[in-house]
Design a binder for this molecule. Structure first.
Ligand SMILES: Cc1ncc(COP(=O)(O)O)c(C=O)c1O
Length: 376
């Protein structure tokens, strides 16, 4: 059997990783400023992560959601404390798309309505409801348009108010910082207005923090810069440092109903144990603070660097976009093949910096030095 060939691949085979570095099968070291797409939060092969994996796997990897699972309760308590959402409820699944799928379903169950408002450059995943609120016709199949969606530019509060006034909107979904769309940060004023208009009209506000959450922005959640509290928050990517795991944080105003949501694998024992260790490491190693500090340093240095064709630098913490007025393809290739640095990208012109949250000044300086060389 052949693989279903949907991924354009770099000619690199990653064999193992350690901290902020990955290594190919010949032992070549790469600086990982991509984190496997913002997934590696506490670093590759963290010793505490490996220990938890070994100990939990030796005990129990999985048992069904039909029995009590104290690890789920422990994770919910920890996440509530670390994130500042102690009073919220946690539902666990396996991927970001699934998290948004369930968030949208909950909003629709709660309001009895179907329409969703979303943003033009956002990405929320590839399952049916998640892709329907992602404005990219290339990844939407005809069967995905199952409910009405209206798209707005980030910041268009008047458009959103007018749409909500029609009375048929179940939810607004927005990323804390848009990732795939090229690192666009909603303003504090816009987020506060959005919270106000959704609250006043009983519209569910869903914050997709799948990429911008778990400390990446320099706060636990990017929306916390605006001081708002959404009704639902979705998390995935870094929450178990590469083990497929995701969650939906649900406000106390939602009453759970037996059987309304469910999953086979979501909340499995191994994933919960790993997610608990990730939160412990994030706290003990002060990785949220580190993301803010290293991100600020990177931003300052990038601002003072002569970057030919630079259109705009955008970012918060360790979620930085470098937008060129030309396609990044050659620069990114030189970074990987000549300088041995992985970065992310968005569209055709934005390089995305999404390193593990444990990078230090040494890795930042190494990146800056190699990036400068790759520009030439
Ligand atoms: C903001 C955001 N939401 C949702 C998703 C989908 O997550 P997954 O690929 O785990 O389904 C992604 C993935 O890149 C994302 O960046």
């Amino acid at each position: 059997m052949k693989l279903f060939d949907v991924y354009p691949l770099f000619d690199v085979t990653i064999d193992h990783g350690k901290g902020c570095y990955v290594y190919d099968e010949k032992g070549q070291e790469y600086l990982d400023f991509y984190g496997g797409h913002a997934v590696i939060s506490i670093g590759h092969s963290h010793p505490r992560y490996l220990q938890t994996m070994q100990e939990q796997a030796a005990k129990l990897c999985f048992y069904s959601n039909a029995v009590k699972n104290p690890l789920q309760v422990k994770l919910a308590e920890k996440l509530g404390k670390v994130s500042g959402y102690d009073d919220y409820q946690l539902f666990l699944i396996n991927s970001g798309a699934e998290a948004n799928e369930n968030a949208l379903k909950l909003a629709s169950f709660y309001t009895g309505k179907k329409k969703v408002l979303a943003f033009s450059h956002a990405f929320h995943g590839r399952t049916s409801a998640a892709v329907n609120v992602t404005q990219n016709p290339k990844i939407q199949a005809p069967i995905n348009s199952t409910f009405p969606v209206e798209f707005f530019e980030l910041g268009d509060i008047e458009g959103i108010k007018a749409s909500i006034a029609n009375g048929d909107v179940a939810a607004v979904i927005i990323e804390g910082i848009s990732g795939v769309g090229g690192i666009h940060i909603p303003t504090t004023e816009f987020m506060q207005q959005l919270r106000k208009v959704t609250e006043e009209n009983n519209v569910v506000l869903i914050l997709d923090e799948i990429q911008s959450g778990y400390g990446r922005s320099g706060k636990f959640f990017a929306h916390q810069y605006a001081g708002i509290r959404p009704d639902i928050i979705t998390v995935a990517k870094g929450i178990a440092n590469g083990y497929p795991f995701a969650g939906v944080l649900i406000s106390p105003k939602f009453t759970p109903v037996y059987g309304q949501l469910g999953t086979t694998f979501g909340g499995n024992h191994l994933g919960c144990a790993l997610a608990c260790t990730v939160l412990d490491v994030i706290q003990d190693e002060k990785l949220v603070e580190n993301a803010a500090k290293q991100g600020e340093y990177l931003m300052q240095q990038l601002k003072s660097m002569n970057i030919p064709g630079l259109k705009e630098l955008r970012g918060r913490g360790l979620m930085i976009g470098i937008e060129f007025d030309y396609p990044y393809k050659e620069v990114r290739n030189r970074l990987i093949y000549d300088q041995h640095v992985f970065t992310g990208a968005a569209g055709t012109n934005v390089l995305r910096i999404l390193p593990p949250l444990c990078i230090g000044k040494k890795e930042c300086d190494l990146f800056l030095e190699r990036f400068e060389k790759a520009l030439k």
